[in-house]
Write a protein that binds this ligand. Sequence first.
Ligand SMILES: O=C(O)CCC(=O)C(=O)O
Ligand SMILES: [Fe+2]
Length: 312
Amino acid sequence: MSASRVPVIDFAPFLHGDAEARATVVTAIDRAAREVGFMCLVGHGLPDTRLEELFQAQRDFFALPDTVKAQAAFAYDDTDANTGYVAVGKERLDVKRAPDLKESFQIREPALYGQVNRWPPGQEAFRATAEDFFAAVSDLSMRVLEAFELGLGTEPGYFRDRHRTHSQILRLLHYPPLPPAFQAERGQARAGGHTDYGSVTLLFQDDIGGLEVRDADGKWVPVDPVPGGVVINTGDIMARWTNDVYRSTLHRVRLPEQSGVGRARYSVAFFNDPDNDAEIRVLDQCVSADNGCRYPPILTGDYLVNRRAASY
Ligand SMILES: O=C(O)CCC(=O)C(=O)O
Ligand SMILES: [Fe+2]
């Protein structure tokens, strides 16, 4: 990746174009996944108004008193549920560093897992907005997986057929303003350096900035906000599936410069994982003479249990 930025790709010809137009988009997406592990899609069909509505509902939610948010607290005794509100200072994405300077709220797919979602009392409108957005971003994530199938040359529907149970998380994030004389602990970040676990992540960020990816030379490169754009990145499971042909790139949200400490940052992340019973077997298309098969097959459920055990 070196000095080059995360590529911005127009997804509209993939959604609406002819075969040739689609192939051009697939080539660009495939290349970005191989070379960077990150890209930004515009023309993805999710209207700006819908995103704005979610961001507004999200700002209102995080502005609620802590006592109200605590009524939807993340259940640490049931990490499989993986839903609810996590207060500032409770999570560290880089386990070696000080806790992240963020709070978050996450839900799972409402129709299948609605019973584990946690909503604070009196938040029906917030709930409707978040659930509505969930459905739209889930559809978009499946279209992105379809582009990966075409780029990698798998049989059509290979990823779709292994993402049938909506093993997905919508995570709303708030990075609060920091006090003017804020002294960060060494290496502290808004979100510490990490890779994502799953197949694909879709990320919407506001205009504040701070998201960075680490390039092959170990330099942190900013992922500048693009109005209406969605950042796409491939996670650890996709890297394993593709024999590291698609990258799972380290990323973080750095602290703002002193002049920006008074401003909050909001983002929305959507994680799509394979079904628990899907086998992650390195794709034949990704094995070659100079890239021999690196990983034995593993069930997604077993893989995720091991990963979670290592990080709690
Ligand atoms: O807030 C962001 O921009 C990044 C969040 C992120 O990487 C994550 O939650 O996995
Ligand atoms: Fe991430």
